[in-house]
Design a protein around this ligand. Structure first.
Ligand SMILES: Nc1ncnc2c1ncn2[C@@H]1O[C@H](COP(=O)(O)OP(=O)(O)OP(=O)(O)O)[C@@H](O)[C@H]1O
Length: 585
C-alpha cells in the first residue's frame, strides 16, 4: 500500500454474503468431517449405551479386578472389578447431558441479552454489561463447589449454574458485534422498509453474528465437559452414575497398581473437547466464507515481479499479460485476461471500463491487494524506480515509491485514531522524520491538499470530517513520501459532484507539481478527459482499446469506448493534451 500504511481500513462489518450449501462446503474439509463424526458417534453412543455396552456398568467380576485388557473386558477391569469399556460407554450420557445443558443455557441467556443490549443500547446495555462484569469476576469453580455442597450432587443444577456463568462470554461477543452491525446501511434499509426490530434482529443481526456464536458455543461445550469431569474428579459427582471424571478419580487412586486405567477416560475427554473446538472453527470458517487453505502469497505467486533502477525514459510501471482468477464452486473463473499496460514517468493513464470490467482487479494485482480467494494465473510486473527502495522488493516499494488512493475514503481511515495520528504514523513509517517533524509535515500536507483548518482536522477523528475532506486526507497521506507512481482507484466516486471537481483539480495540480506517474481507475470518461494523457479501455477483463485521450475521444474504435463516451454530457471538457508520446499501453 501507500504511505497510508496506517490508514488501513478496519472497515465496517460487512453484511455476510449469502452462502449456498454450508454443509456441502463443510463436507469438503476432512478435519470437519472427522470431528463431526467423532461428536456424532459420542451422541449415538450416549443414546445407545444400554445396547452397545457389553456389561451393566455396575456389575462386578471380582476375579477381573484391576485386570488388563482381556477377552471378557476389552479395556480391562477397574478396582471394583467392573468393565471399563461399559463404564466408558455409559459415561458419555453424563458428558453429553452436561455439555447440552450448560451450552444451551449460556447461548440462550448470553445471545438474547447481548442482542438486546447491543441493538437498543442505553439502559439495557448498562444493566447487561454490569451483570456480565459481575458474573465474569465470580470464580466459577468455587461457585460450583459451593453449589454441590448446598444442593448435593445434582449435575443438572450445576450445569445450569455453569451456563449462567458462561453466558457473559456470549453477551460480550454478541453485544459488540450487534453494535457494529446495528449502524450498517443494510440494517437502516431494513428499518426504513418497515421491518420491525424483532425481524431485523432475527433476520439481519443474528445472521451476521452467527459464526462467532457457533465457535463460542463449541468452546462453551468443551469447557462444560472439562469442568463436569473436573468436578467428578474432585469427588463431587454422583458415585452411582458413571462419568469420565469419576473414572479418572478412581484410576488416579489406583495409579500405582493399574496406571493404564487413566488412559481411557483421558483419551475420551481429549477426543471430545478437541473435536468440539475443531468443528467450531471449521463451521465459523465456512459460515464466514473464509478459505483457510488458500494463502495470499501462495495464490499470488504467479506474478513475476521485478523492481529495477530506472534507466532513461523507461516506464515506471510495465504490466504484461496479467490474468486474475477467482475460485468458484465450479473451478477457477478468469476475470482479467492478458492485460498489458505501461505508465510512463509523469504520465496519467486512465484505466476505464464499465462496472465489473476488471479495472480494480488489475490495480489490486499491482498493489498486491487481491483477496485470498483470488489468484494471479499469469503475468509480470516491472517497476522502474529512480529512488532505490531498500530491498528492491514490491513490499518495500509500496508506500514509498508507489502510493494508493482508495475508492471509499472514510472506510480507509481507522475510526479509533485521529487523522493526525494516522498521518504521522504513515509518514514516520515511510520517511526518516522525527515525531515532531512528521507532525509539522502532516500539517503542511493537509494545507497543501486544501484543508482549510489543518490543525483542527489533524486532531479530528474520521467521523468528524466530511467525505471530501477524508479523500483529501488520504491524498495527503499518499503523496507524503513523494511517490513516483500513484494508483488511484475511483478516487471521486464516493463524493458529490462539486467535491469531485475539487478533488480532480487537486490531483491534477499535485501530479503536475510532483511529476508523478498516475494510474487512474475510473468508469467516467469525464474524469479521463479532465486528467489523463492516455487511456486504456477495459471490457469483460480485456483491454479493448488504448490511445492518447484526445485521439480516443475523437476517433473511438471500440463499441465499449463509444458507449462510455456517450455517457458523458460534454466532450469539450477534454483538456488540451500535453502528454508524452510514444508510450503504448
Ligand atoms: N471476491 C470476488 N470473488 C469473485 N469474483 C470477484 C471478486 N471480486 C471481483 N470479482 C469479479 O471480478 C470482475 C472484475 O471486478 P472489478 O472489481 O475489477 O471490476 P471493476 O471494473 O473495478 O468494477 P467497479 O467499477 O464496479 O469496481 C467482476 O466480474 C467481479 O464479479
Amino acid at each position: 500500500m501507500s504511505d497510508t500504511t496506517a490508514l488501513v481500513s478496519t472497515g465496517p462489518v460487512e453484511p455476510p454474503r449469502p452462502k449456498v450449501g454450508t454443509l456441502r462446503t463443510l463436507a469438503r474439509r476432512p478435519v470437519a468431517v472427522a470431528s463431526a463424526t467423532v461428536l456424532l458417534l459420542i451422541v449415538l453412543v450416549a443414546i445407545l449405551a444400554p445396547v452397545l455396552a457389553p456389561f451393566d456398568p455396575d456389575k462386578t467380576h471380582l476375579r477381573l479386578t484391576n485386570s488388563l485388557p482381556n477377552g471378557t473386558y476389552w479395556l480391562g477391569g477397574d478396582r471394583s472389578g467392573r468393565d471399563i469399556l461399559s463404564r466408558l460407554i455409559y459415561s458419555t450420557q453424563a458428558t453429553v447431558q452436561a455439555a447440552l445443558i450448560a451450552t444451551i443455557v449460556a447461548v440462550l441467556l448470553g445471545v438474547i441479552t447481548g442482542l438486546v443490549a447491543g441493538y437498543y443500547g442505553r439502559t439495557a446495555d448498562v444493566i447487561g454489561s454490569w451483570i456480565a462484569n459481575i458474573l465474569i469476576a465470580v470464580p466459577g469453580i468455587i461457585v460450583l463447589i459451593t453449589l454441590y455442597a448446598a444442593v448435593g450432587s445434582n449435575q443438572r443444577v450445576a450445569m445450569v449454574a455453569l451456563g449462567i456463568l458462561l453466558a457473559p462470554n456470549f453477551f460480550r461477543l454478541v453485544r459488540a458485534m450487534t453494535m457494529s452491525v446495528r449502524n450498517e446501511y443494510y440494517v437502516d434499509a431494513a428499518r426504513v422498509s418497515g421491518l420491525g426490530d424483532t425481524r431485523i434482529i432475527a433476520r439481519h443481526v443474528l445472521y451476521a453474528v452467527r459464526g462467532p456464536i457457533i465457535v463460542q458455543a463449541a468452546f462453551a461445550a468443551g469447557v462444560a465437559i472439562a469442568l463436569q469431569a473436573g468436578l467428578e474428579f474432585l469427588g463431587l459427582g454422583d458415585a452411582g452414575t458413571p462419568s469420565w471424571g469419576g473414572m479418572l478419580l478412581e484410576a488416579f487412586t489406583n495409579i500405582y497398581i493399574a496406571p493404564v486405567q487413566l488412559v481411557w477416560p483421558g483419551i475420551a475427554l481429549a477426543l471430545v473437547v478437541s473435536a468440539l473446538i475443531v468443528l467450531g472453527n471449521c463451521l465459523r470458517d465456512t459460515l464466514e466464507g473464509s478459505k483457510p487453505r488458500m494463502r495470499r502469497k501462495e495464490c499470488a505467486s504467479r506474478l513475476d515481479v521485478e523492481i529495477v533502477t530506472a534507466q532513461g525514459d523507461e516506464p515506471v510501471l510495465t504490466l504484461d499479460g496479467l490474468a486474475v482468477e477467482y475460485r468458484t464452486d465450479h473451478g477457477w473463473k478468469r476475470v482479467v485476461h492478458d492485460v498489458s499496460l505501461t505508465v510512463a514517468r509523469g504520465e496519467v493513464l486512465g484505466l476505464i471500463g464499465e462496472s465489473g470490467s476488471g479495472k480494480s482487479q488489475s490495480a489490486f494485482a499491482v498493489l498486491d491487494l487481491l483477496p485470498a480467494e483470488a489468484r494471479i494465473a499469469a503475468g509480470s510486473l516491472r517497476l522502474a524506480l529512480r529512488r532505490p527502495c531498500g530491498s528492491q522488493t514490491r513490499a518495500a516499494a509500496l508506500g514509498h515509491s508507489v502510493a494508493y488512493i482508495a475508492q471509499e475514503p472514510r472506510s480507509n481511515l481507522d475510526p479509533s485514531f485521529t487523522i493526525g495520528q494516522q498521518l504521522v504514523e504513515g509518514i514516520r513509517a515511510t520517511t526518516s522524520r522525527t515525531k515532531g517533524g512528521a507532525k509539522a509535515y502532516a500539517l503542511e500536507l493537509l494545507e497543501k491538499v486544501g484543508i482549510a483548518d489543518p490543525a483542527r482536522t489533524f486532531d479530528s477523528y474520521p467521523h468528524q470530517i466530511s467525505g471530501g475532506m477524508a479523500q483529501r486526507v488520504l491524498i495527503a497521506g499518499a503523496i507524503a513520501p513523494e511517490p513516483e507512481l500513484l494508483i488511484a482507484d475511483e478516487p471521486t466516486t464516493a463524493l458529490d459532484v462539486t467535491v469531485q471537481a475539487e478533488i480532480l483539480e487537486l490531483l491534477r495540480d499535485l501530479q503536475e507539481e510532483h511529476g508523478m506517474a498516475v494510474l487512474l481507475v475510473t468508469h467516467n470518461f469525464g474524469v479521463v478527459a479532465d486528467l489523463c494523457d492516455r487511456v486504456a479501455v477495459m471490457k469483460s477483463g480485456v483491454i479493448v482499446e488504448t490511445g492518447e485521450t484526445q485521439q480516443v475521444f475523437d476517433h473511438p474504435k471500440d463499441s465499449t469506448t463509444r458507449a462510455l463516451l456517450d455517457a458523458i454530457l460534454d466532450v469539450d471538457v477534454v483538456r488540451e493534451s500535453d502528454a508524452p508520446t510514444g508510450v503504448s499501453a
